[in-house]
Design a protein around this ligand. Sequence first.
Ligand SMILES: NC(=O)c1ccc[n+]([C@@H]2O[C@H](COP(=O)([O-])OP(=O)(O)OC[C@H]3O[C@@H](n4cnc5c(N)ncnc54)[C@H](O)[C@@H]3O)[C@@H](O)[C@H]2O)c1
Length: 271
Amino acid sequence: MQDLKGRVAVITGAASGIGRGAAEALAAEGVRVMVADIDDAGAAETVALIAARGGEAAAIHCDIAQDDALEALKAATLARFAQVDIVMNNAGGIIRGLPEHIPVEEWQRVLNVNLLSVVRSNLAFLPLFIAQGHGHIVNTASFAGLYTYAFDRLPYAAAKAAVIQISEGLALYLRPQGIGVTCLCPGPVQTGIMRSMREFGPPTDTLGPDARFGLKQPAEVGQLVVDAIRHNRFMVPTDEQVRPLLVDRATDWDGFLQERIDHPHVVMKAG
Ligand SMILES: NC(=O)c1ccc[n+]([C@@H]2O[C@H](COP(=O)([O-])OP(=O)(O)OC[C@H]3O[C@@H](n4cnc5c(N)ncnc54)[C@H](O)[C@@H]3O)[C@@H](O)[C@H]2O)c1
């Protein structure tokens, strides 16, 4: 989608972090943005930030964990802007706990927010995109879905791995119909994601994806999203260094695991 000016983007989780970064970057290109979030104050702040730079945005309360939320989001966006060209399924949340401590209900909650929200979005927005013969979907996954670097957040990693698979299937299905699909895979990005983290069982050391990845800022990630939509890129990691790492894993999976067991990348000690 080369011409972004005048387009309309719906972004979930745009009250903070990566979603806000993408909202601001797209608005700077002339895209009108529907800021969807459960955090009303944060969403209003994103709208104000965009308006202060001459852009156009509106906020809506949207809980992506609810079955009818994405249909309502589509209806509200069409009522406000009369079109939808870009949908960024970005809102999500993390969890911490060892596998023997995380109850089934918590698995269900994490899968509901991080994975079924994408399913709901597809049900709501795909018929519209297919009928109009254009559109772009951005699904925010994670390095955690590309390879498992930590064992204390498996529901999150499983949800994000599934988001990557769904995104790839959507690209196969939708590209021939003129609809772009991007799978944004963030590594470490400075956001508010740890604020809402639930914890189960004893504290654990925080393991990071790898020492080679630096901390990115949401604005940088927002620019990656703009470029991905403009050039119809599928896989967009926030750090290109993840590609050789994935080659290492594919080449020697056992060796890759052993390396992580022998030399874990501890970002923060427990307690
Ligand atoms: N920050 C990182 O290092 C990192 C790394 C990999 C992936 N991600 C992914 O990036 C995405 C954005 O996270 P972030 O890092 O910007 O965190 P963030 O906490 O700054 O932003 C997440 C936003 O999602 C919203 N949200 C949470 N649950 C919601 C719900 N049920 N309905 C609607 N909105 C909801 C929050 O209110 C918040 O505004 C998430 O999917 C996250 O898993 C982040």
